[in-house]
Design a protein around this ligand. Structure first.
Ligand code: FE2
Length: 299
């Protein structure tokens, strides 16, 4: 099992940095830090988010027409969530845990045993179940404090609740998260029970910074099945908890961002509400946000 210290940041890749930073600041209440440029053709910005998750959010864009990022942006999974970065105790230990899972640790090429650099990857097609994970050891990268967020025109984010990983089988994927990352399954759901729906399994790590949801199609007629056929396995959406429902809905209206799939219900008498923002407004990420009157009502 990989010894995780903290989840560090979520990374998103888009064609152009400017408009994405604008929406993340004006609607989501994030705050941009320094811009950086990598040698391999990436421009990036680290952002801090409001709330309790203590996670960074990174936006990447290509710095030149020959950037390798174009392959992702023009491929079936781009633009959108690009990778999840995790601070580990020791990349050598993490690489050994990956090899024990039959996966090849990656760092621009296969990582040789005993020659692990301080940053290694779980490749989407070599162990990552369709998603890229970046693992690093050493001093924390994300060091920006959470953003104070009292602007009434932002969503009012309390936490990044989860990112949702679509895959053909929650049993297989969830067992992998348990074995490799030491996460614990805290919830399972069968959705609405219809063929067009989905089943989920929700996992949490002891850092309790964010959850990872596994989502599988209920049948071949499910919209998750269509997602898997079109894009392959990978991250399907990101879900934020907000402090105040009306503030969040009004903020979307104020920025001319439509919402859909609005639902309100209650669990054991405790009300909750949820809605979605289409990926076309968020740099390729389907965003779900919810409000609950008490912790644990919405899951
Ligand atoms: Fe979800």
């Amino acid at each position: 099992m990989i010894e995780i210290v903290r989840f560090d940041h979520v990374s998103q890749a888009v064609a152009e940095l400017g408009p994405q930073i604008d929406i993340l600041q004006s609607l989501f209440g994030f705050q941009a830090g320094e811009r950086f440029e990598s040698e391999d053709g990436y421009l990036g910005v680290h952002l801090a988010m409001p709330g309790v998750s203590d996670l960074g959010w990174e936006v990447l864009a290509p710095s030149s027409p020959t950037s390798t990022l174009h392959k992702f942006l023009e491929g079936p999974t781009g633009p959108g969530l690009h990778h999840l970065t995790i601070r580990v105790r020791d990349t050598r230990q993490a690489a050994a845990a990956l090899r024990a899972e039959g996966a090849q640790p990656w760092a621009g090429g296969p990582v040789l045993e005993g020659e692990e650099p301080d940053v290694i990857y779980i490749h989407p097609r070599s162990g990552g179940h369709g998603f890229l994970f970046q693992l690093y050891e050493g001093e924390p990268w994300h060091t920006m404090p959470p953003v104070p967020d009292d602007d009434p025109n932002t969503l009012g984010i309390k936490a990044l609740n989860h990112i949702s990983h679509a895959y053909s089988s929650c049993d297989e994927l969830g067992d992998w998260y348990e074995r490799l990352f030491g996460m614990e399954t805290i919830h399972r759901s069968v959705g609405d029970g219809s063929d067009t729906g989905f089943r989920t399994r929700v996992l949490e790590h002891r850092t309790r910074q964010l959850r990872i949801e596994n989502i599988e199609p209920a049948s071949g007629a499910s919209f998750i099945q269509r997602f898997l056929e079109r894009r392959g396995p990978g991250m399907h959406h990101a879900t934020f908890e907000v402090h105040d429902w009306l503030r969040a809905v009004n903020a979307c209206a104020r920025h001319n961002i439509p919402i859909f799939g609005e639902r309100s219900d209650e669990t054991d008498g405790v009300p909750w509400r949820e809605a979605f923002i289409h990926p076309r407004h968020t740099g390729g990420v389907l965003v779900q946000f919810f409000w609950q009157a008490e912790e644990g009502a919405w899951i």
